[in-house]
Design a protein around this ligand. Structure first.
Ligand SMILES: [Zn+2]
Length: 330
């Protein structure tokens, strides 16, 4: 805690804080000292001094003195711990959502290896290659530790709540979930969380899910495989297919649709072959819309009841999937 406090105090110097609170001061001589009316007791002649080199204050009127944390304790009548929490919020770095999501993604990634149940779940979903798991930056949210981690870095609870990382009670929103960061270029724009228990299967953070998954990596490919789920994406990636992208659902948003149409290419629609036919129906509709934009399409027909993920989980391999691609019909 001591080191964190030093960092906080460096990030928000005492004089800057006082000026934010409308403290009016003038230099006291030529040294690093400033003087003004004491904010802690009523007075008409200035006796409150701030030494910017030491980052300390002292009042000759009321005899109080100390650092920024001490000042917050006295001026706001807070305990040491409360003052620290106040300071953490107050000195939060400018809120760049992408930077916070990046920190969250990194944190979740670091957790993964510590939770056998998470690795077990990935194995069940056909993901076992540590290199692929790392390349895709797959992580695990055990729940209950993200908030502490991010507030210790100076991010405010308010911001975390706005991004949906914590709920209105202040608890981590993702609990026992496998996490996929969704990026646009280098920026993390959302996090996808898949529950490892049956409870609530999957969700994104509030806000846009962004464009197609990892689009920059396939944008130049003349042939692109489009899947509907991130676990479909991950097993294909692990099997060595690199010209894959994912729409996270069968309904593409405007952005995703435009991306697919941004230059001539062939799109291999590899949606679920589910019993009620909804995946194939969606694929058919999308194919029509794409063709209207001059994009060639092929529908990849997986065996009945399968999606790309279950195809690989149940023993399908890269060669067999390649045959399905070759057999795909317009
Ligand atoms: Zn005073």
């Amino acid at each position: 805690m001591g080191e964190d406090l030093e960092k906080l105090k460096q990030r928000l110097p005492l004089l800057d804080y006082l000026r934010q609170q409308n403290w009016v001061a003038r230099p006291a001589g030529h040294g690093p000292e400033f003087v003004g009316l004491c904010p802690l007791h009523p007075e008409t002649r200035p006796s409150f001094y701030v030494n910017t080199r030491k980052n300390l204050f002292y009042c000759h009127g009321c005899g109080q003195g100390g650092d920024l944390l001490r000042f917050i304790q006295l001026s706001r009548q807070l305990s040491f711990r409360q003052s620290l929490a106040y300071l953490e919020q107050h000195s939060a770095p400018p809120a760049d959502p992408a930077a916070v999501l990046e920190q969250a993604a990194t944190f979740y990634q670091q957790q993964l290896d510590g939770y056998p149940e998470a690795l077990q779940y990935l194995k069940q979903r056909g993901l076992y290659d540590p290199a692929a798991i790392q390349e895709l930056r797959i992580g695990y949210a055990p729940g209950g530790s993200l908030r502490r981690h991010l507030t210790a870095q100076g991010y405010s609870c308010d911001l975390l709540q706005r991004l949906g990382l914590i709920n209105s009670q202040g608890c981590d929103a993702f609990y026992r979930r496998i996490i996929f960061p969704c990026c646009e270029g280098e920026r993390v724009v959302n996090l996808y969380g898949r529950s490892i228990t049956a409870a609530v299967a999957h969700r994104f953070l509030p806000g846009s899910k962004g464009g197609l998954y990892a689009w920059e990596q396939v944008q130049q490919c003349p042939q692109v495989i489009l899947v509907e789920g991130l676990f479909d994406y991950a097993v294909l990636w692990q099997a060595g297919f690199r010209h894959v992208t994912c729409s996270s659902g069968t309904h593409l948003n405007t952005r995703q649709f435009r991306q697919l149409c941004d230059c001539p290419r062939t799109v291999y629609l590899t949606f679920d072959v589910d019993a009620n036919g909804s995946g194939q129906q969606a694929a058919q509709q999308l194919a029509q819309r794409l063709r209207a934009q001059g994009i060639a399409t092929r529908r990849v027909l997986l065996p009945d009841g399968h999606d790309p993920n279950s195809f690989f989980v149940q023993g399908g391999d890269a060669r067999q999937f390649q045959s399905l691609l070759e057999a795909a019909q317009p």
